[in-house]
Design a protein around this ligand. Structure first.
Ligand SMILES: [Fe+2]
Length: 242
């Protein structure tokens, strides 16, 4: 099983991150962002990277409202994400950077290709059979677009945990093959734990809202899941926090 440590990854990737940030085209003028989404393009037409970020930023900013609905947000963010033109030059630097990881036998992260107060965007790259094992996203939502490839996704809800928090029961609520152009979502309450395993070379674009910060990274958990169903019950699995 492929393992990685988000903490060390983010730390060790900072030079790479700075490289990506600097390489992003200087053309990302505010006017382009503002116009491309609401103005020049027809409804449901493909949107460019800047328009995509503008639209997501607007949706993610609503998380501070008392009546914010995570479910409404992920629906809107999914719709925006499905319209993203993944061939947009604004994304090119991130994809090029990810290519450096081809052949290294682990999942590649290009973290925070866009980092804002209310969200961040990460690019993930898998080669065939590479996987990210069971992990959660504390108090976060995630909207994940398959930009290219095919990947199997399992989602779970936390069903119960012992007092020591180490032993838990997970309820598998979703198991799908995510094809190119499709979106997978999770909220702080539903489908928050997932596992991903690529059927072939796959690149995913993830939006996390709110974004990871030190506390969220510290609060994140990885799970060792007993592949046998719990006491013969379908879809319920016993797991241990690592
Ligand atoms: Fe995840």
């Amino acid at each position: 099983m492929d393992e990685y440590d988000r903490r060390s990854f983010i730390t060790t990737s900072l030079p790479g991150l700075l490289g990506v940030t600097m390489a992003l085209p200087a053309l990302t003028a505010f006017a382009t962002r503002a116009n491309a989404f609401q103005g020049r393009i027809k409804e449901n037409g493909a949107i460019n990277w800047d328009a995509f970020l503008t639209a997501i930023e607007k949706e993610a900013a609503k998380q501070h409202l008392d009546n914010w609905s995570e479910n409404d947000y992920i629906k809107r963010a999914s719709a925006i994400m499905k319209r993203l033109n993944i061939k947009d030059p604004g994304l090119e630097a991130a994809f090029l950077n990810a290519e450096r990881g081809i052949g290294n036998k682990r999942v590649d992260f290009i973290p925070m290709i866009e980092k804002k107060k209310d969200y961040h965007v990460t690019l993930l790259q898998f080669e065939e059979e590479e996987e990210i094992s069971h992990h959660d996203h504390p108090e976060m939502t995630g909207v994940i677009l398959n930009a290219t490839g095919e990947i199997e996704v399992w989602n779970y809800d936390m069903l119960a945990e012992r007092e020591d928090k180490e032993d838990v029961l997970l309820l598998q609520t979703n198991h799908t093959m995510l094809s190119k152009g499709q979106v997978s979502t999770l909220t702080s309450k539903e489908r928050n734990i997932h596992r991903l395993k690529a059927k072939k070379f796959t690149q995913l674009i993830d939006i996390f809202a709110p974004p990871y910060d030190k506390q969220k990274i510290a609060d994140s958990s990885w799970f060792d899941v007993d592949p046998e169903g719990y006491k013969g019950q379908l879809e319920i699995y016993q797991a241990k926090r690592r």
